[in-house]
Design a protein around this ligand. Sequence first.
Ligand SMILES: [Zn+2]
Length: 1067
Amino acid sequence: MSNSNESFANFDLVKRVKLDFTDVTVSKWRSRVTGLSVVHLDYEGALPSVLWATGADLSLAPIVNGYFVIPTEIFDDSGCPHTLEHLVFMGSQQYPYKGILDLFANRGFSNGTNAWTDTDHTAYTVSTAGEQGFLQLLPIYIDHILYPTITNAGFVTEVHHIDGKGQDSGVVYSEMQGRENTSGDLMALKMQRLLDPPGSGYRSETGGLMEALRVLTAEQIRDYHGTYYVPHNLTLIVTGKLSSGTQSLLQVAQDKIEPSIIKHHQDKGPRPTGWKRPFVETASANRQPIAQQVQEVVEFPEQDESMGELAISFVGPAPNEFLERKALDVISTYLAGSAVAPLNKEFVEIESPLCSYIYFSEDVRATRIDIPVYVGSVPTEQLEAFPAKLKVSLQRIADEGIDMDRMRVVINRDERQLKSRLESAKGDTFSSAVINDVLYGAEDGSELLASMDEMKYYEQLRNWSSEQWSTLLRKYYVDPPAVVVIGRPSAKLQEKLEKDELRRVEEQVKQLGPEGLKRAEALLEEAKDEHERPLPGGLLSTFPVPDVKSISWIPVETVQEPGSGRQVAKFASQSPSLKQQIDADGKDLPFFVEYDQVDSDFVTVHAFASLAELPNRLRPYVSPYLSAFFSLPVTRENGEKLSHEDVINRLENETVSYEVGTGMASTYTDLFRISIKVETALYETAISWLKDLLYHAKFDQERLSVVLAKIQQSLPELKRDGSTVLSSLCSNILYNERSTSRSGGVLSLTEFIPQLTKILQEKPDEVIKDFEEIRKYITKPNGLRFSVTGNVLSVSNPRSTWGKYFSLPPVPLSPVPSAAETLSDVGRKLSRTAVVMSLPTIESSFVTHSSRGIQGYDNPEYPPIRVALEVLNATESYLWRYIRGSGLAYGAYVSLDLEAGLMSFSLYRSSNSIAAFEEARKVIQGLVDGSIDLDQGTLDAAKSTIVYSVAKNVSTAGRAAVVSFTNQALKGLPQRYQIDLLEKYQAVTKDDVLAALRTYFLPLFESETSVAVVVTAPAKAESIGTSLKAEGFEVTQRAMEVDPSELEGSESESESRDGSEESHDGR
Ligand SMILES: [Zn+2]
């Protein structure tokens, strides 16, 4: 099968592919002895001119990534693939200890391991800073995947059990409880059942349906493991530069993985007799075109019945028709990729939108892929008719022909964005293409190149005629029938589900009887005890901690020009060579510009405007302003008048990306930020856009009403999400009306947007005047800072171009506004307040407790607190074991907001938030009083994890430049502050950590010194309130569907602070 004679010990080279548009080389190897496959995406980073770390052998992108992929086919809804994914992390033959894998991973400069289970595969992942930790971890990880213990005790806590109160619980069970009745899951399952015939693996809920999980056994999972988790069905995909190239990787596979597989008598070659390749050689491969139009309704529980959703599925080309797939991707961007795309203009960008988005997707499948279209927030009364309307539009677009000018813009922009992704992510850009090749590609690797050869397809598609595009559209979306699933909200179903669940549990309690409940509780306790078995002393130290010096950092050169007459920030570095280049370009500017130079093909210009002086009355306008920012008509500096469509078309044509928001990476959200990324040759274009968009946009009544209607439309969906509502409620309580982000949250928008819409209709001039006034504040010279990140050295006129477009008077520069200044009385006092909000769309609870932390980014007390945070938060560490491990919540973590000075403890999707809160207190108290030992291994792992997160944060040129700016211009820190701190963490002792826990963490669990905010299912609100009262809190109960007037002051933080849910089963 091999097309080359190259081999390395047991491994034969299956295929080597060198891409001609980027410096990535992909090689695929397979063991002729065990069938194990290894794919390495290797890249040559160009050596930067300056190397910070001496002795470093890696020049660029310090991160190595692994994806270990197993095609996992199943023909029922038992959830074996997903439950097995969880059990893999519970211990292996050689390392039979729960959590050991992550302790090792953390020591190796990683942030822990992760995994997901999709419909057709399970992937295990890990990323490390530097290669040493990665290569040390690899054989241990593979021992877990191929030879997990899958004990009964592991099944009990991690998959499913009944607790002492007769409630069903377990990590996977709770996870699926949070998912199963959401619109997304209900519609997806319905779609799967309609698309594929009985006998197909594609019909299955691989996550496990709750009723199936309740009867699943550990034995079933062991059987499943025995069939699919075999070396010939496992591919190790590794992306990143290794010091000795692919050989480093193969050497580990040969010396440390192959012998163990052979010992297990699994040396049966790549294709043992009887082996059938999942999906490709089974009944699942039988995928027929859709025979006739089908339209079915699925109800989902939702109090607000105004908006529903749609999934419309079509059948696409074969998985290896790559050009056709790329063409479908391009036409979908053409159709719905921006505000001026034809479908958006017709359905979204109107005063009564028919939906909030139309999204064309692709699910790769055997034989023929699926190409579903998702439509969000459709007014309920429009749901039935929508699919036909969409079809008419697509037909019309096909008949009228494609706008070839716009098509060129779409293709060029797509290509630029791919180049930009390649620059930052390198080989990782192709990870999903390689995973699909593992699943569906030719076994001889002959489709590998074609699956990644994207630039070639852009080249070919540039030559397509309008007729060819129309033909494509007709072939896949107009002529054939579709399967439509309508997701309809139902308040009744909400009540029914709750009642049914109560009745079921009652019945279960009755059946178990007092004896049965006791037995269940004993079983759970026994299982927990088994997990608590201590690690043998010295085991962790068998895994050496790599040297921090072995990581190389991307160099950034800075010049900060604060504006004539102003002081350069205390710690700002000034690179001589860059300074020379800038000094050669005209005279000093009267305003602030910082240049952060990295090696890149691109440059990004940013404007940061202070919102500190903005009148509070206008703060709620900021959200709609942000939404409208790039789609307003503009009169350019040269007098040219552009419609909003012209603006979007030009931006698409000239930029790589453009964005507007508040703050940077969730900090400094009282700054209004605009960022425009372009190829270096278009530097001036980017600056001129910055000027025109900021100063010369016209607040057009029609555009504003479209934007308001869109926000209004998206609210019901946001209001359904527990995390989104919690974050809004929290900032509502902790911050005052001077906080811009508080006014942009879902609770605030729910109140404000309808009001503003009304005024805009009745007195449009007043609203427009208000927006003009905001602009006046945003462009106040004392609050403006500009930034250039990227390849400054290669742009012409780096400084004088700013002077050409901006003339600002030399006034003193105001300080950067900080969140600490906008805390409410409750947020300052942090004592005894508790608010419980019931949200009908969720079944679990989302909770945040807040107390006083330390404030300021340069606070010297930070290092021990940071280590303490890692000690508690690490995968498989204390909070994980005590809370997630006993099925009390899907996530539990502590955090510190240095800007606001707040500590917090949060629970995500908790089945029992009070018990989880008590467990957290117990474990921290235990650590402090010494009844729970904080061992050296955990401490070492915590410190190593910090190395990973610091490295990750500056792992691409773009990020490194932005961090350099944020440090020096906003935080007033030295350029490499986080890297410099790494040594300080190493010096933190066990006693330092315990002192930090006592001083800063225990107050989170006392009502005297904390504030509790809870968003929960209505059925749980009362009992949670009662428990919090017993803790000494003064509890206020709220409900989501209250009268708007009662929501007075209930506003929120920006979207950027929301915890976002994993798209698919993040572990
Ligand atoms: Zn899971």
